[in-house]
Design a protein around this ligand. Structure first.
Ligand code: TXA
Ligand code: MG
Length: 304
């Protein structure tokens, strides 16, 4: 897997402007030194990502985050409660913020996250600078939850292998630029964040200035077409089940949305590799991480 020596090599590659894929608790990230424009640009190029998609800067702890962004009282509360963890906070950039403006895609705001994975934290400590890392997949394709998924889509300078990601969907993105707003559902359930805040999150406005480009319609697309809320497979389809409506591929035989989130991208990869004309997906409940799962499925099924 990953040794202390690998971490040192990876950190040196990042400081030299290279790209290193590394595990987080959500999905694998494609990491670069956030303070080097050229390294950041290489990320967009490697992913074939539209330039207007801003990136998340990963930092080792809350103090490192304070050096980059302005934290409101609500931002402080969420950072203290949920970091390290699968939550990204969008805050105003500090005027002296050293993160490349390219990473913010020209916005006066910055997305920040302290990941919970030990390899990610060791890497961040060794680099000693913020590391921008989008999910380590070509733009618009399924996010990687193993080192093999990364290898199948990208050729970074190095891949740190940390096994399968425990959460399996990307972090929840909350904007704190005005009232706390859910920009992208993800690995931390909306309900959990709302109970910490003591009030409901605003919804992302579609098309507005705060619109999260991760909300692009066709985003997490497998090669196969998709049919959602399918009770059973039709001719030419491979079925992705949930709970009792199961089969060879079942996101969670016991009907647990957290288990389903962890399995989602891996199973979509597995079924996609069978090259079926279409993937039929069982109905998934909308509560807890079900919101993030249904969001990803809706994008994967969007016309393209
Ligand atoms: O779990 C994750 O968040 C993973 C791991 C590697 O940490 N990273 C990830 O990054 O999913 P990425 O680049 O695939 O998604 C970043 C999301 C996008 O939806 C992007 O639009 C949003 O964060 N975002 C980043 N900066 C933003 C900003 N300043 N304002 C609004 N949205 C922003
Ligand atoms: Mg992504």
């Amino acid at each position: 897997m990953t040794s202390a020596n690998d971490i040192a090599t990876a950190a040196a590659l990042i400081l030299a402007g290279g790209l290193v894929a590394f595990p987080t608790e959500t999905v694998y990230g494609l990491g670069a030194d956030a303070t080097q424009d050229h390294a950041v640009a290489k990320i967009y190029a490697a992913k074939g990502r539209p330039q207007f998609n801003p990136l998340i800067a990963h930092v080792v702890d809350v103090e490192a985050a304070f050096a980059l962004g302005e934290f409101s009282a609500d931002a402080l509360k969420l950072a203290a409660r949920f970091w390290p963890g699968p939550l990204t906070l969008v805050v105003p950039r500090r005027t002296d913020c050293p993160v490349s403006l390219l990473a913010s895609a020209g916005l006066p705001s910055l997305a920040l996250r302290v990941p919970a994975h030990p390899i990610a934290l060791e890497l961040l400590r060794a680099v000693g600078r913020p590391v921008v890392a989008p999910s380590a997949n070509p733009s618009g394709r399924i996010s990687p939850t193993t080192a093999a998924h990364v290898r199948a889509g990208l050729t970074p300078d190095m891949i740190l292998d940390g096994g399968a990601c425990a959460v399996g969907v990307e972090s929840t993105v909350v904007s704190l630029l005005d009232r706390p707003r859910l920009l992208r559902p993800g690995g931390l359930a909306r309900e959990t964040i709302e109970s910490a805040l003591g009030f409901a999150l605003e919804d992302a406005e579609t098309g507005g200035a705060l619109h999260s480009p991760g909300q692009l319609e066709s985003h997490y697309a497998p090669h196969a077409a998709m049919r959602l809320n399918a009770v059973q497979a039709e001719v030419g389809e491979v079925y992705l089940g949930f709970g009792a409506s199961g089969g060879a591929h079942n996101l969670s035989p016991s009907g647990d949305v957290v288990e389903a989130a962890a399995n989602l991208f891996r199973m979509l990869h597995e079924i996609d590799a069978l090259k079926p004309p279409r993937i039929a997906v069982a109905p998934i409940p909308h509560s807890g991480l079900g919101e993030a799962i249904n969001d990803r499925l809706k994008r994967a099924a969007a016309p393209r």
